[in-house]
Design a binder for this molecule. Structure first.
Ligand SMILES: Cc1ncc(COP(=O)(O)O)c(C=O)c1O
Length: 319
């Protein structure tokens, strides 16, 4: 599959100071895939935009929360590659700073919709596409989080990068850990792990909806990749998506999560966000202390970015 090269790759792998029961935690700095294009989304968008171009599109539509990192990354990629971009944003908080501000700065066409209407986003985007195409545009739809068959390829490819880095570093990872939202970061990693015949546990921390069946969701996302690549066989044993750290719900924080993020900033010099990486890393560290990872393991945490979102919540952090 063709892709654009938008991200600064390979991203660095750093070892954390944290050590517990001989467990080493490494961080893959996918928050540094770029500045405007920071985070995990750009790896997926390299493929989505290549497909859009191949299909003759000149306009893209996507959707997400008001502080969606994915929408900001899509908007920037669109500008760089010469596409018109429409963002359908869920008004789950007051628009203002953070990613919303960046979207305004770069001139994305923003369509704010209510929480209720957001449930109907697929239809809303399909109607928008119809209208845009009728006006002479050629529109390509990118789903929430760029999580679909083509989006999975981003992290399948990232796994090859990780294997090369294992060779350079002279270590093997026992676990790869990431935040689980719309699912294709996790699914892509699983595709890579299985295709390379590796026995690495892939752990996802659900930060979005604790009620989804992780295996079903991953299986159906994986099947969407059929037109693009050979699919590996997966069984429920391959999927470990933990739902204990969603906390108060999507994009809502608990005091202990914010304290943890501040602690990580002050003791490790790592900036996490409150919606995704903060919750996932909090889950990881708590589970390590509760014996849910084997002693002496090498764990790779994927830092998927998201720090711009913190700028819309500064009051949570300034204590
Ligand atoms: C910073 C960040 N981390 C993790 C995720 C989750 O990735 P995925 O949607 O591929 O599960 C997202 C997007 O939803 C994100 O913006």
């Amino acid at each position: 599959m063709k892709k654009y090269n938008l991200a600064n790759l390979p991203t660095r792998i750093e070892k954390m100071k944290f050590n517990f029961n001989g467990i080493n935690v490494y961080i893959k700095r996918d928050d540094q895939t770029g500045f405007e294009l920071s985070g995990n989304k750009v790896r997926k968008l390299e493929y989505s935009f290549a497909e859009a171009k191949a299909l003759g599109a000149d306009t893209v539509i996507t959707c997400g929360g008001i502080q969606s990192n994915h929408c900001r990354a899509t908007a920037i990629a669109a500008v760089k590659l010469g596409f018109e971009v429409h963002l359908v944003l869920k008004e789950n908080e007051v628009p203002g700073s953070g990613n919303y501000f960046l979207n305004k700065m770069i001139g994305a066409k923003i369509h704010l919709i209510s929480l209720e209407d957001y449930k109907n986003r697929h239809q809303i985007m399909a109607d928008m596409k119809k209208d845009l195409d009728a006006s002479g545009k050629h529109t390509y739809l990118i789903p929430e989080g760029a999580s679909n068959g083509i989006g999975n390829l981003g992290y399948e490819h990232a796994f090859s990068e990780i294997e090369n880095q294992e060779n350079e570093l002279g270590i093997e990872f026992d676990y790869i850990v990431s935040a689980f939202g719309s699912g294709s970061t996790y699914t892509g990693l699983l595709m890579g792990i299985k295709k390379h015949g590796r026995d690495i546990k892939n752990v996802g921390y659900n930060i979005y909806n604790p009620n989804v069946d992780g295996f079903d969701m991953v299986k159906s996302l994986l099947n969407e990749s059929k037109p693009y690549t050979m699919l590996p066989e997966i069984t429920p044993k391959d999927v470990d998506i933990r739902t204990d750290y969603v906390g108060r719900g999507y994009a809502l924080s608990r005091d202990e999560e914010i304290d943890f993020i501040l602690d990580m900033a002050r003791n490790e010099g790592i900036l996490l966000d409150s919606v995704y990486t903060g919750k996932a890393m909090y889950g990881l560290m708590t589970d390590i202390k509760n014996g849910k990872y084997k002693d002496n393991a090498n764990i790779l945490f994927i830092h998927t970015g998201g720090v711009f979102g913190n700028f819309s919540k500064m009051d949570l952090f300034i204590k």
